[in-house]
Design a protein around this ligand. Structure first.
Ligand SMILES: [Zn+2]
Length: 419
């Protein structure tokens, strides 16, 4: 953490919890934001020029250990079940050390893309050392998986063994925290969801991701069952927690936990009300992590993020892994959404890519917006040489990249890193 005081001047600052400020200055003291306001009212140490300072991005769903596929998986028309076959093959042929190396490379890409908080789903903690040693915050979710009891016991044992190996101080005070991820209703027995929910750890799960999942839950058949049978993962005695994906996070005691839902594309609109923070029984946090470019590549039905937001749910943004999206940049994900639907306010898109993810991961009092007292976690984005009536257009109608990332007051990527 940076000692002393540093003031940065920029063409625009986007605090997120208040409107953008032109010709602005952010002052950082002892790693925290001391003030945000017009540059005319302050002096500065570094004039960053034609850039925007935004809060560090929050990637609410990724798998750092996954590499891009080498060949046909880049086909835009590839269905989810075919893609899962490839992931399964890749996972089975990749040694643990290679997963850890990939996580190290990819967490660096995330930092360079302006990420200062991420939610990573990993096999039994494989990405932990990469995330815990990187200059960002992270929740590392160990995957629990298996419809068959022996497979479920094995993955659950590995997950708990890893959590037991994380020092208690790191769990409480470190920038990286452990969590659990029952993988998905189609791959994970109900008892694993209940076991995860009783842990009091942060939880995430892939939910309502495909029509094949809905069909499996409703009628126990279809392409997803064929796929599970083909890899030897189907269990003849399997019973879902309920016929609807939302049953997996809302039924009985499952409600008593925080759930970060990856995807949620095929959630039933009748269930959307359950995603409002006010619907949680005791302050639990439920949010949807929408991965726009991954969603688009599978040719899914339109994602209901706008309706979810209108009904009061929290929708944040993830990239998913490099096996399904071209980069680990949340900025590129929200630009993609902006290009597809210009009617969504830029302020909302930026909040989805920052503060909402921080809320979902219970880090919103520390990070996610530029506000005095919060950690100086921020991204510097180059701006185009033009004027716009709407400053969000400078940020979103642009292909200029993140030039620097700051974490806890230190530049951790970009030209000022050792300044
Ligand atoms: Zn995922």
């Amino acid at each position: 953490m940076r000692r002393g005081t540093l003031s940065l001047r920029a063409r625009y600052v986007f605090p997120v919890e208040s409107p953008p400020i032109a010709d602005a200055c952010v002052t950082i003291q002892e790693g925290r934001i001391a003030s945000v306001g017009p540059a005319s009212e302050r002096s500065w140490d570094i004039d960053l020029g034609n850039v925007a300072i935004v809060p560090g991005f929050v990637n609410a769903h990724t798998h750092l250990e996954l590499d891009p596929f080498e060949n046909e998986c880049t086909d835009p028309g590839l269905g989810l079940v075919d893609w899962l076959k490839q992931v399964t093959m890749q996972r089975r042929s990749t040694p643990e050390s290679a997963l850890q190396d990939a996580a190290k490379r990819h967490v660096r890409l995330a930092v360079e893309a302006g990420t200062t908080l991420l939610a990573d789903v990993t096999t039994a903690g494989s990405s932990w050392s990469a995330v815990a040693s990187a200059p960002l915050r992270g929740v590392v979710f160990a995957e629990m998986l298996g419809l068959k009891r022996d497979r479920g016991l094995q993955t659950s044992h590995s997950a708990w063994q890893w959590i037991g190996s994380v020092p208690r101080e790191a769990q409480v005070a470190g920038c990286a925290r452990p969590g659990l991820s029952p993988h998905a209703p189609y791959s994970t027995a109900g008892w694993l969801y209940h076991k995860a929910a009783s842990s009091r750890l942060p939880l995430t799960t892939h939910l309502a991701e495909s029509p094949e999942e809905l069909r499996l839950l409703e009628s126990h058949d279809g392409p997803m069952r064929d796929f599970l049978e083909s890899i030897g993962a189907w269990d003849e005695d399997w019973e879902p927690i309920g016929p609807r994906p939302s049953d997996y996070i809302r039924k009985g005691e499952l409600r008593n936990a925080d759930w970060l839902v990856a995807h949620g594309t095929y959630l039933d609109p009748e269930d959307f009300w359950q995603f409002r923070p006010e619907a949680a029984p005791d302050g639990q946090r439920v949010a949807v992590a929408y991965c726009p470019r991954t969603h688009a590549r599978f040719g899914h039905a339109p994602h209901p993020y706008r309706t979810l937001l209108e009904r009061g749910a929290i929708v944040c943004v993830g990239t998913d892994s490099l096996a399904s999206t071209p980069s680990l940049s949340v900025l590129e994900e929200i630009r993609f959404l902006h290009a597809r639907d210009q009617s969504v306010p830029g302020a909302l898109l930026l909040a989805m890519g920052t503060l909402f993810g921080a809320w979902a991961l219970r880090a919103d009092t520390t990070t996610g917006s530029l506000k005095p007292g919060k950690s100086a976690d921020l991204a510097v984005v180059d701006l185009p040489d033009r004027d716009e009536a709407d400053p969000f257009s400078l940020l979103l109608d642009s292909d200029q990249s993140v030039s620097s990332t700051m974490f806890e007051g230190d530049f951790v990527a970009g030209p000022w890193t050792h300044a």
